[in-house]
Design a protein around this ligand. Structure first.
Ligand code: PAF
Length: 289
């Protein structure tokens, strides 16, 4: 694995690789890599001749008072994870390389960015879309790999790629979970022992919602109410939202009528003390009578 830190080097190396006919697969990350990231890298290695992964804690996507300064970092551990997962080039640019001057340009994806994470973190998705657009321009990937764990982010990136005609296929990869159901996340490192025990309630609530839908729940509100009640019964959890949404537009559903025989997405976010975790699952609405 080669490690690069400048845009100029990355461009020279990847131009050469593309001229030699090798397709680039990109796995953008903010580091502190875990098995979820490794699965994205392995997916890229299985499908692309050259796997580029990036580690950059992007300040644009953190709001005031969020965890930019304390975001966990472990570059040595990340190098080992990336090598083992088949990464060929690890791009680790310093802040001044990515943003040598304050950005005057921002990519904003309306609609799909608005609710849930967008409502709780109003500048977050502009920051994500801007850095992902920049990374696509730097790496020129044929395919880029994102986890379904950040399902709204995946939808935002897909929409940006469609709207701006980026020549890249977005590959969404299944969430990797701990044995008790907790979705893997770099932010799980913030949980203390009691919060860690409580945190899988988020996944249990989503599973409950999915079971209710499969059993023929009458409407999305019934499902939201049941999920809210389950998270609400966990004293260490402070619920931010639960949602039943269209899997592409991510708008909240008021009825299942237009989704019979199709998938819907259940999404949730909650704080366990200071740490804020999110999770989601997909479920197909039964066709009914
Ligand atoms: O999912 C993440 O780790 C980040 O939001 C991403 C896509 C690397 C952009 O900074």
């Amino acid at each position: 694995m080669r490690e690069l830190t400048t845009i100029a080097e990355l461009r020279v190396v990847l131009d050469g690789e593309r001229r030699a006919g090798r397709q680039v697969g990109l796995v953008p990350t903010m580091g502190f890599l875990h098995a979820g990231h490794a699965s994205l890298m392995q997916g890229a290695a299985a499908e692309c001749a050259l796997v580029v992964s990036t580690i950059f804690v992007n300040p644009l996507q953190f709001g005031p008072g969020e965890d930019l300064e304390s975001y966990p970092r472990d570059l040595d551990g990340d190098r080992a994870t990336a090598v083992a997962a088949g990464v060929d080039i690890l791009f680790v640019p310093p802040l001044a390389e990515m943003y040598p001057e304050p950005m005057a340009t921002s990519v904003s994806v309306s609609g799909v960015s608005a609710g849930m994470e967008g409502a709780s973190r109003p500048t977050h998705f502009d920051g994500v879309a801007t850095v992902v657009a920049k990374l696509f321009n730097l790496a020129g990937p044929c395919r880029a790999y994102f986890g379904e764990k950040d399902f709204q982010q995946l939808a935002v990136v897909r929409r940006m790629v469609r709207d701006l005609s980026f020549p890249v296929e977005i590959v969404g990869c299944p969430t990797v979970r701990e044995p008790d159901g907790l979705a893997m996340s770099s932010r799980n490192a913030y949980l203390d022992v009691d919060q860690r025990v409580a945190a899988p309630v988020l996944h249990r609530a989503l599973r409950l919602g999915a079971d209710l839908i499969e059993a023929g729940a009458a409407d999305p509100d019934t499902v939201r109410e049941a999920m809210r009640a389950l998270v609400g019964a966990e004293p260490l959890a402070r619920l931010d939202y639960v949602e039943v949404a269209d899997p592409d537009r991510l708008d909240a559903l008021s009825t299942f009528d237009h989704h019979r025989g199709r998938s819907v997405r259940l999404l949730a976010a909650a704080r366990f003390g200071t740490p804020r975790l999110l999770d989601n699952v997909g479920v197909v609405v039964p066709v009914g009578e």
